[in-house]
Design a protein around this ligand. Structure first.
Ligand code: BDR
Ligand code: CA
Length: 359
């Protein structure tokens, strides 16, 4: 089991040690829930957010990201836009999954906080260089920005403490094509660059290839485990109850709770989508599980494996091919999550987001 002994321990002054986290996202309903979870977590220091195209185009992602951070009272977090198209392919977005603007039926006031003047991939490199070995980069989107970052700074894998990737499907079907997951499918070339960059780094004997406690290999959460994070209406009701209001955000004083109202309207759309395509009224919240794992890697059990990305398949382009039987004889380059403690994750999600909503 991959276990990071450093995070979430009491700090020397008796407070909770906070994991510095940089998020790259394509907000997106479940991305927005991940941002709320990050802001709500006392053991997370949200350093900055970079935006790329995926669920919606990058401009809309940046708008949604800032609007959600403002909703959560964190207009101080730097938000930068990155590359607006995949490296080599035409951009495909997914309005049927996340709604035309990426936040389902929710309406948020236009963002007021300014967009960072920095280019997303530059921000990633600059922040990693500023605090070598400290930052955890969490990717909740196509890997376009991270690929550009690692191309401009090949030492990025060593400058980061760790990268946690929501992307791929390692032992289960895909959700975009039969064997491919959305984030990798949108920009498979970028995913290949990122997986290979960490692979090459390990081969140099930098320690990236080590196993067990202290491993700094990327942790990848594919659909195999993120689909364990199945949010159902009762979870939303529990968050609302903790916030002291009804599941549609109505409070006893007749006022609406804006965070619960946002969750209700965004999730109603996401649940309708899952009800049409996945045959249950609820939603897979992939991105919050990845974010929570970046803060506390004990939420998942991982196995080291060599992963490569199919670029030339007739039916399989974007597939994350995992060499479970080690037939390639190449060293593992990814710690792939094979199990997740969904119960513990949901307990924390309800508690933290409920408390954030209560204000
Ligand atoms: C991933 O695809 C996106 O639609 C979600 O936000 C998540 O990051 C799941 O395949
Ligand atoms: Ca996402």
């Amino acid at each position: 089991m991959a276990y990071d002994p450093v995070v979430s321990k009491p700090a020397a002054d008796g407070g909770t040690q906070r994991t510095p986290i940089l998020v790259d996202c394509d907000t997106g309903i479940d991305d927005s829930l991940a941002l709320l979870y990050a802001v709500a977590s006392p053991d997370c220091d949200l350093v900055a957010v970079t935006c790329t195209s995926g669920n919606v185009d990058a401009r809309q992602v940046a708008e949604n990201t800032r609007a959600v951070l403002e909703l959560a009272g964190r207009s101080d977090v730097e938000v930068a836009i990155g590359r607006e198209t995949p490296l080599e392919r035409a951009l495909v977005t997914t309005p049927e999954t996340h709604g035309p603007r990426g936040i389902g039926y929710a309406e948020l006031p236009p963002a007021r906080m300014p967009l960072s003047p920095r280019f997303g991939p530059d921000l990633i490199v600059e922040e990693a260089r500023r605090r070598p070995g400290e930052l955890t980069l969490v990717t909740l989107a196509p890997l376009t920005n991270v690929a550009l970052a690692v191309l401009s700074e090949p030492k990025l894998p060593r400058l980061l403490r760790r990268i946690v990737i929501m992307g791929g499907s390692y032992r289960s079907p895909g959700n975009t094509a039969p064997t491919t997951e959305w984030n990798v499918n949108v920009d498979p070339e970028a995913a290949k660059i990122v997986f290979e960059a960490f692979d090459a780094d390990g081969a140099e004997g930098s320690g990236v290839g080590s196993t067990g406690p202290g491993s700094t290999r990327p942790i990848a959460l594919g659909l195999d485990v993120t689909e364990r994070a199945k949010l159902l209406p009762h979870h939303l009701a529990e968050i609302a109850a903790r916030a002291g209001c009804s599941p549609d955000g109505g409070g006893p004083d007749g006022r609406t709770n804006p965070v619960i109202r946002y969750l209700a309207d965004a999730l109603r759309f996401y649940m309708e989508f899952h009800s049409r395509y996945d045959h249950f009224f609820g939603a897979f919240i992939h991105d919050p599980l990845a974010l929570a794992t970046a803060i506390d890697p004990t939420l998942v059990r991982t196995e080291p494996v060599t992963v490569d990305v199919e670029l030339d398949g007739r039916l399989t382009t974007g597939e994350t091919v995992a060499d479970w039987r080690r037939v390639w004889g190449r060293p593992p380059n990814v710690d792939v999550a094979v199990e997740a403690d969904a119960g513990r994750f949901f307990e924390r999600f309800i508690e933290r987001v409920g408390d954030l909503a209560r204000g």
